[in-house]
Design a protein around this ligand. Structure first.
Ligand code: ATP
Length: 235
C-alpha cells in the first residue's frame, strides 16, 4: 500500500535518511523504532511531503507520490498525528477537529467522523468546547490523534503518541491504536517505547542513524536478544 524505495533525505548537508526501504501493507500496524536522532520523525516528514527526498521514490497504492505537496497527500489518504502537542492552542477541541477535516467536502461524512472520534475519545467529547491549551498533556495527545483521524485516513502515521504520558495513559493510547486499526485504518507507529510498540504491531523496522538495521515480525523482534539489549532495557 505504502512503499519507500531507497529514500535519502537531507537537512541541508545533514544526511538524515540513508536509503530507507519500507513497506506497509493494508490493514497492518507497522512500527518504526530507534533511538533519539535515528531518523524516525524525518521518515514521517518525508512520507507526508513536508520534506522532499533527494533521491529515492515513494509509492502509494502503486502510484508514485514522491514530491507531492502535503495537502494532496492528506487527500490521497495519509494523515499524520505529529510528535508532541502540536494542536492549535487557542482553538477549542471541536475547532481543532474541524481543521483536521479541511481536505474533505462531504458534510454528512464529516459528521460521521466527529461521531467516530468522540466515541473513541469520550474525554474529548466532554470537553469539546474547551480551549486546547488548557488540556492536559494526555488530552492534547488524544486530540492530535483524533484530529489526524478527522482526515479519514487510510493510513494513519503516529509520531511518538505515548511520549510524556503516565503509564495508565500509555496503556490507554496503545489500546486506542489497536481499536483504530480494528476499525480498518492502517497504522505506521513511530515510538521510543519499543516494548509497547512491538507488542501492538504486526511488523517492525529498527532504524539507526538513518538506516534500517533490522526488520521483521514484531513479536520475533520483541524476543530478539540484540533488540532486547539495545532497545528494551533487557526486559
Ligand atoms: P527523536 O526520537 O529524538 O525525535 P528521530 O528518530 O525522530 O529522533 P529525527 O528527528 O528524524 O530523529 O532526526 C534525524 C537526524 O536529523 C538527527 O541527526 C537530527 O539532528 C537531524 N535533524 C532533524 N531535524 C533537523 C532539522 N530541522 N535541521 C537539521 N537537522 C535535523
Amino acid at each position: 500500500m505504502l512503499k519507500l524505495k531507497n529514500v535519502h533525505t537531507y537537512y541541508d548537508n545533514i544526511h538524515a535518511l540513508k536509503g530507507i526501504d519500507l513497506v506497509i501493507n493494508r490493514g497492518e500496524i507497522v512500527t518504526l523504532i530507534g533511538s533519539n536522532g535515528a531518523g524516525k520523525t524525518t521518515t514521517l516528514g518525508t512520507i507526508t511531503g513536508l520534506l522532499k527526498p533527494k533521491t529515492g521514490k515513494i509509492f502509494y497504492n502503486d502510484k508514485e507520490m514522491t514530491g507531492i505537496i502535503p495537502g494532496e497527500i492528506v487527500k490521497r489518504g495519509i494523515s499524520l498525528s505529529p510528535e508532541g502537542r502540536e494542536v492549535f492552542p487557542q482553538l477549542s477541541i471541536h475547532d481543532n477537529l474541524r481543521l483536521g477535516a479541511y481536505t474533505r467536502k462531504n458534510k454528512k461524512e464529516i459528521e460521521e467522523s466527529y461521531d467516530m472520534v468522540y466515541e473513541l475519545f469520550p474525554r474529548l467529547k466532554e470537553r469539546k468546547n474547551q480551549v486546547s491549551k488548557t488540556l492536559s498533556g494526555g488530552e492534547q495527545q488524544m486530540l492530535a490523534i483524533a484530529r489526524a483521524l478527522m482526515a479519514k485516513p487510510e493510513v494513519l502515521l503516529l509520531d511518538e503518541p505515548s511520549l510524556g504520558l503516565s503509564p495508565n495513559l500509555v496503556q490507554m493510547i496503545f489500546k486506542l491504536i489497536k481499536d483504530i486499526n480494528n476499525l480498518g485504518t492502517t497504522i505506521l507507529l513511530v515510538e521510543q517505547n519499543a516494548k509497547m510498540a512491538l507488542r501492538v504491531a504486526d511488523r517492525a523496522y529498527v532504524l539507526e542513524t538513518g538506516k534500517i538495521i533490522m526488520e521483521g515480525d514484531a513479536k520475533k523482534l520483541l524476543n530478539d536478544e540484540n533488540v532486547k539489549k539495545a532497545y528494551l532495557g533487557n526486559l
